[in-house]
Design a protein around this ligand. Structure first.
Ligand SMILES: [Zn+2]
Length: 69
């Protein structure tokens, strides 16, 4: 398991129109309790805002995930 330097990062979300917290699917699962498969499906279905991070990791906009709960 890769140890990340930062627990979360911030990116400009064009859909929110502001800078938001973004997390990868592992962190999103920990924060929301939604399992990674559901998160991934939700991102693919554009249920929440998703990004591809600098290292190619799928990141999700935390605001959009929390709003959907
Ligand atoms: Zn967003």
């Amino acid at each position: 398991m890769t140890i990340r330097r930062r627990a979360s990062s911030r990116l400009w979300c064009p859909k929110c129109g502001r800078e938001v917290g973004v997390v990868d699917l592992i962190q999103a699962e920990l924060l929301t309790g939604i399992d990674q498969a559901t998160l991934h499906a939700g991102a693919e279905a554009k249920r929440w805002h998703s990004f591809t991070g600098p290292d190619g990791t799928l990141l999700v906009c935390l605001e959009s995930v929390l709003k959907s709960m």
